[in-house]
Write a protein that binds this ligand. Structure first.
Ligand code: PRX
Length: 652
């Protein structure tokens, strides 16, 4: 953490203080799935029984004989138990909910489809049978490279049904990124589409895969969904159309009982070296962790219409678009396209149209909506909403307030949920019927989860001091390894503090024990010996009425160690660069401290982001240092970099 390497780290200075408090809105608590504060203590005293309670609500083909076996850093959960996630998401509901909508899908052009639990079950069985006919068996890897369409969900559930391991690759990734992931996973099957819609453009995914398939020797068959109806080049013997493949195939396919520790999926995520890590999740523990958190955090009820805006290419799409809501028997809305297509009210229209009651999105989406202006909400009826969620990055208090007032109308709790691809499930979070909210804090560990903020030696820090966020007890949905690289699993997560999970994030606890996640540990600035979190500077900037989005980074400086450089996007209709630079610098000095006064502010129309919307500060650091930019394979729009380099030169 101390980049200078000069002795022990100093605590991170936290200079922003958020005083606002929001207890659960009237009426929410008594209807919430959980409103008894004793759960925290109960879970602390006997975590195994706590998790077991949720496991018992699900179907097991054979009961477990032991809840947890912990040989650090290797955990096994529900040992000896046999179950099937697809069975729990589908078959478990058929007696009562066969005719209830499971999926409500809307395509970007405006087409739509609805599938009941009964219909989804049939489609999943048919595709599972097709996979079996193609020779796929338990443990075989199946890669998916497709947009958010019902077939993507069907394919995931079909894999889970027969014990095949899905490896979803975000459809916005390049063919080269796909190739790397297919080869690392050794996938036998690839499922893709003829075309996908994104912001009105048609992306030819099958053509894209054809560019790299010659270099993916493990792939035996490619199944192609006719999404766009435009056709695609098909290689005889290797490629088949989904609809032709499943035609006439039986809609019955009993689920395969799987061992609790059988691999469920691999999902690649970026690591510090830039080389993606194949995070491995297994069956029983993941199912229980995701089910528990969907019930208690997203307060999911059978009659909820729930919309999470994540793509299935990310962990949020796995845990809380597909598995969590279906485990709870709710209706999950999935939307294929961009949130501002055809117009900037698309999200609010979807909420209005489907009467969405629980809405889960990312701070980047909230900030984009703020920059588009509140007029897009005016005519929309959002009264069906009862609960809001946030995930993916720290949510700046001002963005939180906007979300609370403008979207939630002041009646919906906001669950700011901190977790990771590796954790599989929500880890730090309010319980919406119980927790008093503080804008910008993910509040407390979920019951049964134990997290701490520690110093370089792994010692818990006093409240108020920033340090590393760690998890001190295993949890059911934790990753089990990095696919094909068990050493990296240990190095990345367990070497720093033996027996304790290292999240790579920095955080502080406040006087109430609430945790404030400050960002990745390497997003920490060191200015004249003061450690500052980039997040705090960004939050302060975003609170300025003219600023839509901001990224703060450190640039090395011979005297001060680092100076602060801020990249800022202004709101539509605001007067940018000329008038704003000096006022914004003063504003930050004022709001945080003169120590945090930016050395430079660069105004830009776009910030470089990953496909999932995270700002890539590492690239901004490269630009600010005037060096060649590092790995850009996960960048959503590579042209941003050139524009920024130009701007930066101009501004320097
Ligand atoms: O830095 C934290 C940030 O996102 C990282 C995990 O990213 P990923 O594996 O892509 O998973 C994202 C969806 C779970 C974390 O290490 N992060 C995620 N949620 C929050 C957050 N930072 C602050 N507050 C959050 N609520």
């Amino acid at each position: 953490m101390d980049k200078s390497g000069a002795g022990p780290a100093q605590p991170i200075s936290t200079l922003l203080e958020e005083k606002r408090r929001f207890p659960p809105p009237g009426g929410f608590s008594h209807q919430a799935n959980i409103h008894d504060p004793a759960v925290y203590e109960r879970a602390r005293q006997d975590p195994d029984s706590f998790w077991e309670g949720f496991a018992r609500e699900l179907i097991w083909h054979r009961p477990w004989h032991q809840v947890l076996q912990w040989d650090p850093p290797h955990a096994q959960w529900f040992l000896g138990g046999h179950t099937n996630l697809s069975h729990n998401c589908l078959d478990r509901h058929l007696p009562h909910r066969a005719d209830k909508p499971a999926l409500l899908w809307e395509g970007e052009p405006g087409d739509s489809r609805s599938l009941t639990y009964g219909e989804l079950h049939q489609e999943v069985c048919r595709f599972a049978n097709l996979l079996t006919d193609l020779g796929v068996g338990k443990g075989d890897r199946v890669s998916l490279y497709m947009p958010l369409i019902p077939e993507a969900v069907i394919a995931m559930l079909a894999c889970a049904r027969i014990g095949a391991v899905h490896n979803v690759v975000f459809s916005g990734f390049s063919p080269e990124a796909l190739q790397e992931r297919i080869n690392n996973a050794g996938s036998r099957i690839l499922v893709t589409v003829d075309g996908a819609y994104r912001r009105g453009q048609l992306l030819e995914l099958k053509e894209a895969t054809d560019k790299v398939l010659a270099d993916c020797p493990s792939v035996e068959k490619v199944v192609v969904v006719r999404r766009a109806g435009k056709g695609a080049p098909m290689t005889p013997g290797r490629d088949l159309w989904w609809d032709e493949g499943v035609a006439g195939v039986s809609t019955q396919c009993p689920s395969t009982p799987l061992d609790s520790e059988d691999m469920l999926f691999i999902l690649y995520t970026s690591g510090t070296t830039g080389k993606p890590k194949g995070v491995v999740h297994t069956t029983g523990g993941y199912m229980v962790g995701v089910y528990a958190t969907t019930r208690w955090v997203l307060d999911m009820k059978e009659d909820d219409v729930y919309w999470c805006t994540a793509d299935i290419g990310w962990i949020t799409g796995h845990s809380y678009v597909v598995y969590g809501p279906l485990l709870c028997g709710a209706t999950t809305v999935i939307y294929e396209g961009a949130p501002d297509y055809h117009a900037r009210d698309r999200m609010w229209r979807i909420i209005e149209k489907y009467h969405v009651s629980v809405f889960y999105t990312a701070p980047t989406v909230v900030r984009a909506a703020i920059s588009w202006g509140r007029e897009w909400l005016h005519e929309r009826d959002l009264s069906s909403l009862r609960l809001l969620g946030s995930v993916g990055e720290p949510i700046n208090p001002e963005a939180w307030m906007w979300y609370w007032e403008k979207v939630g109308g002041g009646r919906c709790p906001i669950v700011d949920t901190w977790w990771q691809t590796e954790t599989g499930m929500i880890m730090l979070t309010p319980l919406p019927g119980l927790t008093e909210l503080k804008p910008g804090s993910a509040t407390l560990p979920f019951p049964g989860v134990e997290a701490e903020v520690v110093d370089e030696q792994g010692q818990p820090l006093p409240h108020g001091q920033g340090g590393y966020l760690v998890v001190t007890r295993p949890w059911p949905a934790m990753l089990r390894t990095i696919y094909g690289n068990p050493k990296r699993y240990i190095q990345a997560y367990w070497n720093r503090f033996p027996g304790i999970y290292f999240t790579g994030d920095s955080a502080r606890k406040d006087e109430d024990g609430y945790i404030w996640v400050l960002g990745r540990a390497d997003d920490v600035l060191n200015i004249a010996g003061h450690r500052l979190s980039t997040m705090e500077v960004e939050s302060a900037l975003v609170a300025h009425p003219a600023v839509a989005e901001a990224a703060a980074i450190g640039r090395s400086h011979p005297i001060k160690g680092e100076v602060l450089v801020c990249f800022v996007t202004v709101k539509v209709g605001t007067d940018g660069p000329v008038n704003l630079e000096a006022p914004l610098k003063d504003y930050i000095s004022d709001k945080i401290s003169p120590i945090a006064r930016p050395d430079q502010i660069v105004f830009t129309a776009e910030l470089p982001k990953t496909q999932s919307g995270k700002i890539m500060r590492r690239l901004l650091r490269d630009i600010a240092e005037g060096r060649a930019v590092g790995d850009v394979s996960t960048l959503s729009d590579p042209s941003t970099i050139l524009t920024l380099q130009e701007k930066y030169k101009g501004a320097a």
